[in-house]
Design a protein around this ligand. Structure first.
Ligand SMILES: [Zn+2]
Length: 118
């Protein structure tokens, strides 16, 4: 027979985990709605586009420099790193928007390696 205190402890931990997941999901939903509303202002949308474009080209320029200056082995290791921090190993890929002049709404979805922390 399992120890009652141990069972209670694991049950309360799973309840806490579910609460935490629900809070995180609520926060994400709130942030998503806030950003939708924020983007509905044309001034904000234009500012965000300009910021994304600037950041995108800065990252592309940095990657080109790194690619050209690194060995094939380093390049292979870099490919497995997080696409945001470039420090931790990527554990999954996430979808983000990239600026595209040819796309009807100006953005295309891209899959980026992600470490799960940043
Ligand atoms: Zn990262």
């Amino acid at each position: 027979m399992p120890d009652q205190a141990l069972v209670r402890n694991s049950l309360s931990m799973s309840v806490e985990k579910r609460c935490c997941e629900a809070e995180v999901e609520d926060k994400r939903r709130h942030n998503r709605e806030f950003m939708r509303q924020w983007r509905s202002d044309p001034f904000h949308l234009a500012a965000e586009k300009a910021k994304r474009r600037e950041r995108y080209y800065a990252v592309q320029k940095q990657r080109k420099i790194e690619r050209e200056s690194s060995s094939p082995r380093v390049r292979e290791q870099t490919a497995r790193l997080c696409g945001f921090c470039f420090k931790r190993a990527a554990v999954r890929k996430i979808v983000r928007l990239r600026i595209s002049e040819s796309a009807p709404d100006g953005y295309v979805k891209v899959r980026i390696p992600y470490c799960g922390h940043c």
